[in-house]
Design a protein around this ligand. Structure first.
Ligand code: HEC
Length: 391
């Protein structure tokens, strides 16, 4: 695809992904909040599960929870699914445009781009199948054991992806596995189980406490998946996360903290103000920050004259006003590295990107370890001596 059009496709998909994702998570958070906050009616009314009063945007609202015991269907019943499907479809589109179609740059792990793409795509399918089987297994009725198993399997998936994909791709594909499970939960379980529920009410059959149950359970799972998956999405712009020595372990730890935060909020909604989980999350967070601090490559001070040829051979094919690398019509992120002045203002940024091996992208320009050590040593000298910010 023409590089300019590919950039547009990328931008529009990203925009759509963000909008749909916000709508999906917003709705999901709101209904979860409702569920946690419904209380018996203050006027003692019977026949409903509970209600919530709220004030927002200049009006009062009253939401009533009927659960499975609706006497009669209303004329208009709103469903929530396009948010989930659009988020997933735009996410897959993004993965395809950014990673799979440009696999040489973004997916070239130790076994090359082909196997990496196959593993990346296969992981999405296998992830869902394994999770869905677990949901139907004898483990399912035991929430703690079930949760720990799903968590352990996802950590194993992240570890596995790290062996085959470059770090950044491994992160985002772990996120895509979770996102796929969430969207498939909506498509294969939540919506069908709601349809059964609605059909029963429409036929005037007696209330059925089991009809909507599978959907409710999967909804709750999705709720716990949200924070880790959002972290993965934003961390892609922070190479010190995925590029750190044990990127998959950092992901496992942050994932656990995300789940704990969600759990604390869920308990808080139900009126449990304090749980021992809060200190666990705080300590966990501190451990992660300490563990992820990059191991610095140390070396003697290096001057610009020594690194200038390295930068022009390994970086400026892409990071130039007029890049020579195929597929680049403009410097990525507008980031140009043609002079010492360019490099000096962003020495700290260069250090992280090069130290974590995120740059040169896919090492398409074939940077050697010696060159890498030299450039890092120069950037370290610059960023330690001068106040250095991003470009
Ligand atoms: C094959 C093309 C290519 C090469 C070669 C390359 N980069 Fe990059 N670089 C990119 C792309 C693409 C991005 C944007 C990544 C993203 O979307 O986050 C980027 C981003 C960066 C950023 C982050 C800029 C920002 O504003 O966040 C830095 C710093 C960077 N590169 C440094 C380097 C250095 C130093 C080298 C040489 C050692 C190098 N790059 C070689 C393609 C390249």
């Amino acid at each position: 695809m023409d590089a300019y059009l590919a950039d547009w496709a990328h931008l529009i998909l990203r925009w759509l992904h963000l909008i749909a994702g916000a709508a999906w998570i917003g709705a999901s958070f709101y209904f979860n909040w409702l569920n946690n906050h419904v209380r018996p009616p203050e006027d003692g009314r019977k026949g409903i599960e509970g209600e919530v009063w709220s004030v927002h945007g200049g009006a009062f609202y009253q939401a009533i929870k009927h659960g499975y015991t609706l006497p009669k269907l209303p004329g208009t019943l709103h469903w929530f699914y396009w948010e989930a499907y659009t988020t997933w479809l735009s996410g897959i589109g993004l993965l395809a445009v950014v990673y799979w179609l440009d696999a040489k740059a973004w997916m070239a792990g130790p076994y090359g781009p082909g196997p990496a793409v196959a593993v990346g795509i296969g992981g999405l399918v296998v992830g869902w199948i394994v999770y869905d089987l677990l949901c139907k297994s004898p483990l399912a009725p035991h929430p703690r054991a079930f949760g720990l198993t799903v968590y352990a399997l996802l950590v194993a998936a992240a570890f596995g992806l790290y062996q085959v994909l470059p770090a950044r791709a491994a992160y985002i594909h772990t996120g895509a596995i979770i996102g796929t499970i969430m969207a498939a939960n909506v498509f294969f379980v939540i919506i069908p189980s709601q349809r059964t529920m609605v059909d029963k009410v429409a036929r005037g059959e007696p209330p059925d406490l089991t009809a909507g149950k599978p959907g409710a359970v999967r909804s709750l799972h999705n709720n716990y998946f949200t924070l880790p998956v959002l972290f993965i999405m934003v961390s892609n712009h922070f190479p010190f996360t995925y590029g750190s020595d044990h990127g998959w372990l950092a992901l496992a730890a942050i994932g656990a903290v995300g789940v704990v935060i969600r759990h604390v909020f869920n308990l808080k909604g139900k009126g449990v103000a304090y749980t021992p989980w809060i200190p666990v999350a705080v300590v966990g967070g501190l451990v992660i920050i300490a563990a992820m601090a990059p191991k610095r490559i140390e070396g003697p001070a290096v001057g610009w004259s020594e690194v200038a040829p390295i930068v022009s051979a390994r970086c400026t094919p892409c990071h130039a006003t007029a890049p020579t690398m195929a597929g680049f019509t403009a410097p990525p992120k507008g980031y140009v590295l043609e002079t010492e002045a360019h490099a000096a203002v962003s020495a700290a940024l260069i250090r992280t990107q090069v130290e974590t091996q995120v740059m040169p992208l896919g090492n398409l320009t074939g940077m050697t370890p010696e060159e890498r050590a030299k450039l890092v040593a120069w950037a370290a000298g610059m960023s330690d001596s001068a106040v250095s910010k991003g470009p």
